[in-house]
Design a protein around this ligand. Structure first.
Ligand code: 13P
Length: 256
């Protein structure tokens, strides 16, 4: 199986940005610009915007994702949101294990694994984030770090289920820094992730998984990154908050 049969997915990760009126304005601007997209287009918004986003994207080709999900079905978990609560409002995707969750909110591979399984059980498509710190890259252990994340984050996830997942390779040093990994650096790790998936699940499953790159991807560098064999899409932070920039990345992915 080759890149051209995998689904290219461009997802915006809005992080903690946009009030409801601002979200409405951004979605209104994005919709016509991506209407002819040749790839899947997703906006992952703060919880408070999800219902608005779902309502506004009905009948369009834009899908909606959340930025996190809890692993329990319900209970005494103040401040958390369950997978069923997300599916109920019409959310289809959910980002899990973003490095900001790992860094600032104590997310571990164990909780990433639990959240991934809870999302899959509820019918959500997880976008599972992995990636090394700058210090780890400098110590030449990128593959060790990312390989370990893949093994732990997908522990006990079946080959059938792993095919429903998206993996976002986001080198932590490239996030919000303006420092993009070069296309070759990104491809090297995305290819490694696919080989690791092949070890765990066999080649057919590995070839079916959409692997995104994330980290300062923008309108100027997207085409070069997305042309690589193992980079099937992008998880976009800053540039997803500007409709023309986001649309330009969608256009680059549509050319495949
Ligand atoms: P930036 O595109 O702002 O670097 O953020 C990337 C990211 O963290 C997407 O999840």
């Amino acid at each position: 199986m080759k890149k051209n049969v995998r689904k290219a997915i461009i997802a915006g990760n809005w992080k903690m940005n946009k009030t409801r009126p601002e979200a409405k304005e951004l979605i209104e601007a994005i919709k016509p610009l991506v209407a002819d997209a040749g790839c899947e287009v997703v906006v992952c918004t703060p919880y408070t915007n999800l219902e608005t986003a779902v309502e506004m994207t009905k009948g369009s080709n834009v899908r909606v994702g959340a930025e996190n999900v809890h692993f329990e079905k319900s209970g005494a978990f103040t401040g958390e949101i369950s997978a069923d609560m997300l599916t109920e409002v019409g959310v289809q995707y959910v980002i899990i294990g973003h490095s900001e969750r790992r860094q600032y909110f104590g997310e571990t591979d164990e909780t990433v694994n639990k959240r991934t399984k809870a999302a899959l059980a509820a019918g959500l498509k997880p976008i599972v984030c992995v990636g090394e710190l700058l210090w780890e890259r400098e110590c030449n252990i990128t593959e060790e770090v990312v390989g370990r994340q893949i093994k732990l984050d997908f522990y006990d996830v079946s080959a059938e289920d792993v095919k429903k997942c998206v993996i976002a390779y986001e080198p932590v040093w490239a996030i919000g820094t303006g420092k993009t990994a070069t296309a070759d650096q990104a491809e090297e790790v995305c290819a490694f992730i696919r080989s690791k998936l092949a070890d765990l699940y066999g080649d057919a499953a590995a070839q079916a998984v959409t692997i995104q790159y994330g980290g300062s991807m923008n309108a100027g560098n997207a085409a070069e990154l997305l042309a690589k064999e193992n980079i099937d899409g992008g998880l976009i932070g800053g540039a997803s908050l500007k409709a023309p920039d986001f649309a330009e990345i969608v256009r680059a992915a549509s050319k495949g």
